[in-house]
Design a protein around this ligand. Sequence first.
Ligand code: NI
Length: 233
Amino acid sequence: MSAAPDRDAALRSGDGSEPQSLALPVLTSRGFAVVPSVVTGEPRSDLRSEAESLIERFESGHRSSDFWSFTSTRSGLEVLYRVHNLEQQDAPLAAALFASGPLHDLAAAILGRPAFARVAALIVKVPFHAAAVPWHRDRTDLPPGTAVNLSLFLDDSTADNGCLEFVPRSHLLADDADALEVSRQTPVVAVEAKAGDVAVHDVRVVHASRPNASGQPRRSIVMEFLPTRTEGA
Ligand code: NI
């Protein structure tokens, strides 16, 4: 891990630019960008409360194939890390966000054409227990610049509570590039973000996320966006 988490601070500051106009060239060249303050105020608080209700449902014993968890070898606890098919979980605010709204607008601005959300998930980095997500690419069956993943952070995402990490320009690598090898051979960038910010990444970029050894939760809503009428969707 050779890069400081705040290396991209200028990207997140806004600095007078339209966020989308800044994000597009950065995303194209690097494969990821952070757009500040996409969902703020009450809508952000309400989404966070809804996420907390889903997590409480799991902690109260709810289990389904959409609630992904692992058993911590250290503590023996069952640790929730993902709620898949989020829009189907009796979470109306997330379902509304999946149907239309600010993430669609952002994705369309970045992709340069109307876009739809194909999948949605709640990512949960439980305090003290969340594991790292290994280096991977989300998919490589589409050319660079075709599909993006948007991560809307419900909490501040820091180097301590499980922030995302990226290998710049790795979205341009061949389909069969080995993600772990790439991460070892190229400097990586850890990207912190504030609650309400959206991290955008090309689905092809090599990325990972850190474990959460802190007492602060890190929850995010992640959606994959494709241009409307994309084949392979
Ligand atoms: Ni991923």
